[in-house]
Design a protein around this ligand. Structure first.
Ligand SMILES: [Zn+2]
Length: 57
């Protein structure tokens, strides 16, 4: 499984599906019919999720 992580994020991501950001699995189907799963990690620096910690503003 491929992991897509935000660069320079405020939190440290791990290449696992139990990462702190709660990554979302996304299925990509290639032209030859093969299926690739992407694990999309979410930025926790405030762009998407505001739960947990605040205080930058
Ligand atoms: Zn993550």
């Amino acid at each position: 499984m491929l992991h897509v992580m935000p660069l320079g994020d405020a939190v440290e991501h791990v290449s696992d599906d139990d990462c702190v950001c709660g990554p979302t699995a996304k299925m990509i189907k290639a032209e030859d019919g093969s299926v690739v799963w992407l694990m999309i990690h979410h930025s926790l620096d405030g762009r998407e999720i505001t739960e947990g910690h605040q205080g930058e503003s």
